[in-house]
Design a protein around this ligand. Structure first.
Ligand code: AGP
Length: 614
C-alpha cells in the first residue's frame, strides 16, 4: 500500500503535497517523492526512506514554485526500496511524471515492448513502464487525459496511477482499478489522495470513484470517465471527521491514541442502530429481511486481526442465530474450492476495505452467487463498494499500522449483525436482543475502567523487557483474544509470541514452557459451566513448569488469585462480550513493551496499514 497526493489550485503545490504525504506516511514509508509542473517541464525529487529524507533533499536543492504537483510514499512491491525505484517515475523525455499504488501484472510484456523500441528504463519498477507509455502518448500530441485512458486500458492488475504533464500545468490526471483513490473537492482547487487524510485540512467534501475510471482535476472542476472515455460519475460525500482526528491528540503514538479512543469508537459504532421502537436497524444493510432469512450458512473471510475478530463473531452468531459459521483466511479461501451458493452469506471483515486477499475472495464468492456483506471502517473503499451490503464500523481513521480500535469496532459490528439476524429470523426474543444491546452500550465505560489501570500494565510490560518468547492462552471467545494478543506483540515488539487454545497446550505446545516464561491467560467469566475450571487447570499446568502467569480475570473471581503472578481485573460482562475488554490490556502491554524497546509502533518494520497486494 502506498500514499498518493495530487494537487492543482492556487497554493504552492509543494506545500500541499508534502503535508499530504505526511498524513499518509503510515501507508508506506520505504521511500517518498514529489513532482511539480514547472513552466513546460517537470521538477522532481525522490529519496529512499521516510519523508524526512525527501524534505532534506528538497532543502538542499529547492524545487521551483508551482501550483500543480503529485507526491508518493512507497511500500515496496516491485524493486528494492531505494532512490532509483522511488516514485515519481518519469518518461525518458522527462515530460510526464507518474506515481502509482498497486501491481501492474502485465508489466513485463509492456516493458519488453518499450525496450524493443530502444527506450531505456532506469528502475526495476512496473511504474516506470506506465510512465513511459503515458509519455509516448502525450508526445504524439494527445492530452494527458486521453493518454491515461489509453494506457490504463492496456494494463492488467491493481493500480492507482496519478500523473502530470510538464507541458500542461492545468491538470492532474489519475486512473484507478482495485486500488484506493479519492478526490478532494475545493474552491478554485482540487485534490487527489489515497485516502481523505491527504487533503482533510483543506476540504471535507470528497468524491468516491468507481472501478476502471479516469479522473481529471483542474482548478475549476473534476471530470470522470471510463477507461474508454465515456462519461462517468463519482459519488459525492462529506467526510465526517476532521484534521484533529488525524493527529495524535497529545499521545506519543497514533496507536496509543487509538487505544484510548476505544471507548469513543465503540460508542460511535453503536450510534443510531436502534429505531424509535427499540428494534435494531442497520441502514447500510442493503439486504432485505427475506434475503437474510434465506441465509443458511455464513462464511467469514478476513486477514490478521480482522480474522481474529471473525473468530469471536463465530461464537456470537452461532449462539444467537443458530446459523453455522465458518471463518476463513482470505488468502486461503478461494483456493480451497469453497462450497458456496445463493443461501450463503459471505462476511468480509476489513478495516481498510482495500486488503487484496479479501477483495479477491469476495469477488470469487460473488461469482458463486453468494451474497457478500462487508464490515469496514473506510467509507469509499473498494471492498464495501464491491459488496452487496456493508456495516460501517465508524471507528474514525485508524492510523497506527497495528489495529486496535479497528478490532473492537469490528467485534461490535459483528455482534450487531448477529443480533440483527436473530431479530429477522426470530431466534431471539426482542427483549433478549435489547438486553444484549444495553450490555454493549455499557462497554465504553468498562473499557474506560480497564484503561484506568494502564500504568500498572505499562510497568508490567517494562518488567518483561528481554523476554524472548511469550505465550497467550484463552478458551472459547478468549482463544481469538489470545491470538490477537500474540499478533500485537509480534508486529510491534518483534518478539516470538504465540496464542493457544488453552486446552490444546497439553497436546504438545506445553513443551515450550520454560522457567520464568511469561504466559498471559485470558480467564473466562465464572459460571460458564466447565470453561472456568478447565482454564484454571491449564494455568496450573504451565505454572507447574515455571511459567510466569499474567492473568486477566473478571472482578470477583477469587479462584484465580493463587494461580496468578500478576492479576489484571476486568469488569464483569457475559462471556461473548468479554473479548471487547480482555484485548485492551494486551494492546497496552504490546504497545508499551515495544516503545520501551525503542520501536516505532505506528510504523513497525516490514508492515503497512493495508496490504493491497496478494
Ligand atoms: C493488525 O494489527 C495488522 N495490521 C493486520 O493483521 C491487519 O489486521 C490485516 O492486514 C487486515 O487488514 P484489514 O482489516 O484492513 O483488511
Amino acid at each position: 500500500m502506498c500514499g498518493i497526493v495530487g494537487y492543482v489550485g492556487e497554493k504552492q503545490a509543494q506545500d500541499v503535497v508534502i503535508e499530504g504525504l505526511r498524513r499518509l506516511e503510515y501507508r508506506g514509508y520505504d521511500s517518498a517523492g514529489i513532482a511539480l509542473v514547472d513552466d513546460g517541464a517537470i521538477a522532481s525529487q525522490k529519496r529512499a526512506g521516510k519523508l524526512a529524507n525527501l524534505e532534506k533533499a528538497i532543502a538542499d536543492a529547492p524545487l521551483p514554485p508551482s501550483t500543480t504537483g503529485i507526491g508518493h510514499t512507497r511500500w515496496a512491491t516491485h524493486g528494492a526500496p531505494n532512490d532509483v525505484n522511488a516514485h515519481p517515475h518519469l518518461g525518458g523525455a522527462r515530460r510526464v511524471a507518474l506515481v502509482h499504488n498497486g501491481i501492474i501484472e502485465n508489466f513485463a510484456e509492456l516493458r519488453a515492448r518499450i525496450e524493443a523500441d530502444d527506450h531505456v528504463l532506469l528502475s526495476e519498477t512496473d511504474t516506470e513502464v506506465a510512465a513511459q507509455l503515458l509519455e509516448l502518448q502525450v508526445e504524439s500530441g494527445i492530452d494527458l487525459t486521453t493518454a491515461m485512458q489509453r494506457v490504463a486500458g492496456q494494463l492488467e492488475g491493481a493500480f492507482t496511477l496519478v500523473a502530470v504533464d510538464g507541458h500542461d500545468p492545468s491538470r492532474v490526471v489519475a486512473a484507478r482499478r482495485n486500488s484506493p483513490l479519492v478526490v478532494g473537492l475545493g474552491d478554485g482547487e482540487n485534490f487527489l489522495g489515497s485516502d481523505v487524510a491527504a487533503f482533510i485540512e483543506h476540504t471535507r467534501d470528497a468524491l468516491e470513484l468507481g472501478q476502471d475510471q479516469v479522473v481529471t482535476i483542474t482548478r475549476s472542476g473534476v471530470e470522470v470517465t471510463g477507461f474508454d472515455g465515456s462519461p462517468a460519475e463519482g459519488r459525492r460525500y462529506h467526510v465526517d471527521w476532521d484534521l484533529s482526528a488525524a493527529e495524535k491528540d497529545g499521545h506519543d503514538w497514533f496507536m496509543r491514541k487509538e487505544i484510548f479512543e476505544q471507548p469513543r469508537a465503540v460508542a460511535d459504532s453503536l450510534l443510531g442502530r436502534r429505531s424509535a421502537e427499540g428494534l435494531l436497524r442497520l441502514d447500510e444493510m442493503r439486504l432485505s429481511d427475506q434475503e437474510l432469512r434465506d441465509i443458511d450458512k455464513i462464511i467469514i473471510i478476513a486477514c490478521g486481526t480482522s480474522f481474529y475478530a471473525g473468530m469471536v463473531a463465530k461464537y456470537a452468531i452461532e449462539h444467537w442465530t443458530r446459523i453455522p459459521v465458518e471463518v476463513e483466511l482470505s488468502s486461503e479461501f478461494r483456493y480451497r474450492d469453497p462450497i458456496l451458493d445463493y443461501s450463503t452469506l459471505v462476511v468480509a471483515i476489513s478495516q481498510s476495505g482495500e486488503t487484496a486477499d479479501t477483495l479477491q475472495a469476495i469477488r470469487h464468492a460473488r461469482l458463486q452467487r453468494s451474497k457478500v456483506l462487508a464490515i469496514c471502517n473506510t467509507n469509499g473503499s473498494t471492498i464495501p463498494r464491491e459488496s452487496d451490503a456493508v456495516i460501517y464500523m465508524h471507528a474514525g481513521p485508524e492510523i497506527g499500522v497495528a489495529s486496535t480500535k479497528g478490532f473492537l469496532t469490528q467485534l461490535v459490528a459483528c455482534y450487531l449483525l448477529a443480533l440483527y439476524l436473530a431479530q429477522v429470523k426470530g431466534t431471539r426474543f426482542g427483549d433478549e436482543i435489547t438486553e444484549i444491546i444495553e450490555q454493549l452500550e455499557e462497554i465504553p465505560a468498562h473499557i474506560e475502567s480497564v484503561l484506568a489501570g494502564a500504568d500498572a500494565i505499562y510497568e508490567l510490560a517494562r518488567s518483561q523487557l528481554g523476554a524472548r518468547s511469550v505465550l497467550f492462552l484463552g478458551r472459547h471467545a478468549g482463544y481469538p483474544v489470545a491470538l490477537e494478543g500474540a499478533l500485537k506483540l509480534k508486529e510491534l515488539a518483534y518478539i516470538h509470541a504465540e496464542g493457544f487454545a488453552a486446552g490444546e497446550l497439553k497436546h504438545g505446545p506445553i513443551a515450550l514452557v520454560e522457567d520464568g516464561m511469561p504466559v498471559l491467560c485470558v480467564v473466562p467469566p465464572l459460571g460458564r459451566d466447565q470453561l472456568h475450571d478447565k482454564m484454571l487447570s491449564g494455568i496450573q499446568e504451565v505454572r507447574a513448569r515455571g511459567a510466569y502467569t499474567i492473568c486477566l480475570a473478571e472482578e470477583g473471581d477469587d479462584r484465580i488469585a493463587p494461580l496468578a503472578d500478576v492479576l489484571i481485573r476486568l469488569p464483569r460482562v457475559p462471556v461473548l462480550l468479554q473479548p471487547l475488554l480482555a484485548v485492551v490490556p494486551l494492546q497496552l502491554f504490546a504497545c508499551e513493551l515495544a516503545t520501551a524497546m525503542g520501536h516505532d509502533v505506528d510504523q513497525p518494520r516490514n508492515l503497512a496499514k493495508s496490504v493491497t497486494v496478494e
